[in-house]
Design a binder for this molecule. Structure first.
Ligand SMILES: N[C@@H](CCC(=O)N[C@@H](CS)C(=O)NCC(=O)O)C(=O)O
Length: 216
């Protein structure tokens, strides 16, 4: 199977996770951020992730991909643990702040989707419409970091195990880890010990890279 992604995309991380967790081989392809033609030829719109199945058909939507792979590959489904309303609520709260912190940093991390200047330009123009200028967002770093830090402290006691936030792998891990992984691109952001342990252990289990070594 092939998975078409952007490296910065949290929805793409969801899809990557299930392959890593189940140790199922997958070929990753990164779209350039301004490549409309490739995704549109596959699913009729510019969107990632896209799974190219073994029969050559294409499947969009991260959670559909996760469900498909979990139920059709490997011995048995693994995402069978309970979900927690508190985790779901914390993810929503983190998403109020994370995008402004991350977008101006993504384009400086050397990610494959931003390999050309026109790909960077497309991203900057489209995200500026949503979050304002990247310079203004960067100038808000201290305030945004302080809000995110409070939420990471709230998350700390909710993490039951470094291998599964609720104790047994569930869709909460599929939704929580990508949000935390992307926050690792923010230099100096403090992750409480249990949150950091969770991020590092999930990165190993899912074979998804973190950004600590290139944080800005
Ligand atoms: N509901 C979709 C959302 C996917 C999504 O929003 N992907 C973004 C990247 S993070 C995208 O492809 N946006 C189009 C663009 O970047 O132009 C899913 O879960 O797969």
């Amino acid at each position: 199977m092939k998975l078409y992604i952007y490296e910065h995309c949290p929805f793409c991380v969801r899809a990557r996770m299930i392959f890593g967790l189940k140790d199922i081989p997958v070929e990753l392809h990164v779209f350039l951020s301004d490549d409309f033609k490739s995704p549109e030829s596959m699913i009729g719109q510019k969107m990632a992730p896209i799974l190219e199945k073994d029969d050559g058909s294409y499947m969009p939507e991260s959670l559909d991909i996760v469900d498909y792979v979990d139920n059709h590959y490997g011995d048995k489904p693994i995402l069978i643990g309970p979900k927690s309303p508190s985790i779901e609520n914390l993810i929503k709260q983190l998403q109020q702040y994370d995008y402004k912190l991350e977008c101006p940093r993504y384009i400086k991390l050397g990610l494959a989707e931003f390999a050309t200047q026109s790909a960077i330009n497309y991203f900057v123009t489209s995200k500026t419409k949503k979050i304002g200028s990247f310079d203004e967002c960067l100038a808000q770093t201290d305030t945004l970091v302080s809000e995110i830090s409070k939420l990471l402290n709230d998350l700390e006691p909710l993490i039951i195990s470094p291998q599964a936030c609720n104790g047994q792998l569930s869709l909460d891990d599929i939704c929580l880890f990508p949000v935390l992984r992307n926050l690792t691109c923010v230099k100096g952001l403090y992750f409480p010990p249990k949150v950091k342990e969770y991020i590092e252990s999930m990165a190993k289990l899912t074979k998804v890279n973190l950004f600590f070594d290139k944080a800005i």
